[in-house]
Design a protein around this ligand. Structure first.
Ligand code: NAI
Length: 321
């Protein structure tokens, strides 16, 4: 048996923890010794209204099991206030789980400015503001764990969710950069794309699936990613039904379409299209350096054409990835 993963002495802030996935995370952290800030605005699925009861109930549940928790009822748009609650109650902040979310589904042509802005304000800007408020505390203590919550709708697209998809994919980009900037301070940032039955998914899932895909099947991934022993950072994970998988980018070997001293043309792109899109022996670039490295290699390949050496894009790509 492995040693139980504990969070004694750690302070975790979970946004939108009054229900659904966030509540499961809060209960799980509370059971394993963390001091928990249960944030929830207590509004409806579209972001209207507010109430303290959602967060209060979860705090009571944690306390009833002998855990340590306080409530915060601010919107994630007031990131500073959420982090201040952690500092006031427990004196530090170690872990931030950006989980709060709403939906305003519309087909693209019917998406209003408000539908777009509210989704971005809660998901993307809210995660930015809460995380930024915690960032310097984490830097100073040279320790932090951050989770961003994306969605399969962002990764793959989903009909009627243009606003939500865009915000959710924005969080992947933010997480990638925070992982880089946080590394030397031992601040890890990972992104999850969960699937679970909740009030957000009850309109899109049949009742039996809603019931089967339990939020408690996602919480163990979040706890592991936030534990001292986990060295993962900059990762993107899909989780649901008790299954967890990791995602990464894949890029074709591609094709050099340009020739030295010749104009590059759309017809040249058309000619090479199959090769550009052929994923045989695809690369898996993981850094911006690898991306730029490919281009530098191509510049040199095209340049050598003049000296009678034919370009070989396949070896060019292989040599830099
Ligand atoms: P949920 O609706 O049960 O929980 C979201 C919570 O966030 C609610 O309690 C709500 O009051 C709170 N909230 C909303 N706006 C807030 C704000 N401005 N400030 C503070 N709290 C706020 O939904 P669920 O399913 O648990 O979703 C949690 C996260 O997981 C969301 O970010 C959602 O987009 C994401 N997600 C969920 C999926 C699922 O299958 N349930 C699929 C993909 C992503």
């Amino acid at each position: 048996m492995s040693v139980p993963l504990r969070f004694d002495g750690k302070v975790v802030l979970i946004t939108g923890a009054g229900g659904g996935l966030g509540r499961e995370y809060a209960l799980a952290f509370g059971e394993r010794g963390a001091s928990v800030v249960v944030n929830d605005l207590g509004g409806d699925i579209k972001g209207d209204g507010n109430s303290s009861s959602a967060a209060d109930k979860v705090v009571e549940e944690i306390k009833a099991k002998g855990g340590n928790a306080v409530a915060n009822y601010d919107s994630v748009e007031n990131g500073d206030k959420l982090v201040q609650t952690a500092l006031d109650a427990f004196g530090r902040i170690d872990i931030v789980i950006n989980n709060a979310g709403i939906l305003r589904d519309r087909t693209f042509g019917r998406t209003s400015d408000l539908d777009w802005d509210l989704i971005h304000r809660v998901h993307l800007k809210g995660s930015f503001l809460v995380t930024r408020a915690a960032w310097n505390h984490m830097k100073n203590q040279k320790y932090g764990r951050i989770i961003m919550t994306s969605s399969a709708a962002g990764i793959y697209g989903n009909f009627g969710q243009g606003n939500y998809s865009a915000a959710k994919m924005g969080l992947v980009g933010l997480s990638n950069t925070l992982a880089l900037e946080g590394r030397k301070y031992h601040i890890h940032c990972n992104t999850i794309a969960p699937t679970a039955g909740s009030r957000l998914t009850q309109t899109v899932m049949p009742p039996d699936l809603l019931e089967s895909l339990k939020a408690e099947y996602v919480a163990p991934l979040v706890l592991w990613l936030c534990h001292d022993q986990c060295q993962e950072t900059g990762g993107l994970f899909e989780a649901g039904a008790g299954w967890i998988g990791k995602l990464r980018w894949e890029r074709t070997q591609g094709s050099i379409v340009r020739h030295k001293n010749q104009a590059m043309t759309p017809e040249g792109v058309q000619e090479k299209w199959d090769q550009i899109c052929d994923f045989t022996n695809a690369n898996k670039p993981a850094t911006i350096g690898e991306s730029l490295g490919t281009l530098v290699e191509v510049l040199s390949q095209v340049d050598t054409e003049d000296k009678g050496i034919a370009p070989n894009p396949t070896s060019a790509m292989a040599s830099v990835t």
